[in-house]
Design a binder for this molecule. Structure first.
Ligand code: COA
Length: 309
């Protein structure tokens, strides 16, 4: 078969809703786009565990500590599931981890912001894991089999993370005036990074067209953002939290929420390494990687691992 015929057959399979598996023929660009996207997703899970992990010793009470330990363990497990899915496309896991550590591979913008108070941990669990569930519930219906199957498992566990985050928020909001103030202050800081979580506006998105053509991204960035707004704005208002976007309004006809566009210059600065916490978080990830090198050396002969860096 000519490449044109193979491409036509591949696109007919996508149109029929078939799942593409690792051994199937696929355009090189399909493979490289999936590696980029899944690798960055795995990186995000691994980096997201850092701010939450640092709060484990300071969690207010044994039950909160146990729940946070379980959540952090889940996030690291999600990273491994996703690196495994990316490996099925031919990229070794150690290469992806090294690219994360040397700063040449991205991770989600949201994990470059400080988590100075316990209310930040509440917002990560509620707003950010809520955004991840919106995104992953959509992406799990995508055309690449191993990614969709990994996301089904991950989304199931994220449901617990969302409940944990919401319970933290409600506890603060119904607590003392100091707790309410701490909750509002953290919420106001997390609103804009959450708006950026789903990526730039569709007209600025460089990958959406090809990802949609080949069934990888069933809904666009703006469509995903709008689904999050539909789910979360009523809950936010019900809790009595003030939304920092004073121009936020609901279109009476379409029911859509119109937002003020976030500062996309900040977004591109943050995702390219210049956020408030990028350096500190990557340095911590590098330290953990280096401290684990003895284990990679010990496993080398058994797992045919490449020479430990
Ligand atoms: N954080 C960091 N980078 C982001 C981002 C975010 N929240 N949103 C978009 N970007 C990056 C993209 O990776 C791309 O950069 P690149 O070409 O160097 O990879 C650039 O911004 C343009 O964005 P876009 O064209 O919209 O990228 P996309 O089609 O990949 O869409 C996502 C962005 C996040 C919606 C998409 O990548 C996705 O669904 N990823 C899987 C889910 C995930 O990673 N979730 C985070 C888990 S916490």
């Amino acid at each position: 078969m000519t490449d044109e015929a193979r491409l036509a057959d591949f696109e007919a399979r996508i149109a029929r809703g078939e799942k593409i598996e690792p051994g199937d023929w696929m355009p090189e660009r399909y493979r490289s786009q999936l590696i980029r996207l899944i690798q960055q997703h795995a990186n995000s899970e691994l980096m997201g565990a850092l701010p939450e992990g640092q709060w484990i010793p300071y969690a207010p009470g044994f039950k909160r500590k146990m729940a946070l330990i379980a959540k952090v363990q889940d996030e690291v497990g999600h990273a491994q599931l996703l690196y495994r899915a990316a490996e099925t496309l031919g990229k070794p896991r150690h290469e992806m981890i090294e690219e994360l550590i040397n700063g040449s591979s991205k991770y989600s913008n949201v994990f470059n912001y400080p988590c100075d108070t316990w209310a930040d941990i509440a917002m990560v669990g509620w707003l950010i894991d809520g955004a991840a569930i919106v995104n992953q519930t959509i992406m799990q219906t995508g055309s690449y089999g191993p990614y969709g199957r990994a996301l089904r498992r991950i989304t199931y566990e994220e449901a617990f993370h969302l409940k944990q985050g919401y319970d933290l928020v409600v506890t603060l909001i119904t607590g003392t005036s100091a707790q309410r103030a701490m909750c509002q202050e953290a919420f106001s800081r997390w609103w804009w990074p959450t708006m950026m979580f789903f990526g730039p506006p569709d007209k600025q998105s460089v990958h959406t067209e090809v990802l949609q053509r080949w069934g990888i991204k069933p809904k666009t960035n703006d469509e995903q953002r709008q689904i999050w707004l539909q789910k979360f704005v009523p809950k936010i208002l019900e809790l009595g939290l003030e939304i920092p976007d004073t121009a936020l309004r609901r279109d009476a006809e379409s029911g859509e929420w119109h937002i003020t566009q976030p500062d996309w210059n900040e977004f591109f600065r943050v995702i390219n390494g210049d956020g408030p916490m990028n350096r500190e978080r990557l340095a911590l990830r590098r330290l953990i990687y280096d401290e684990g090198s003895w284990l990679r050396r010990a496993l080398e002969p058994h797992l045919a691992l490449p020479k430990a860096a």
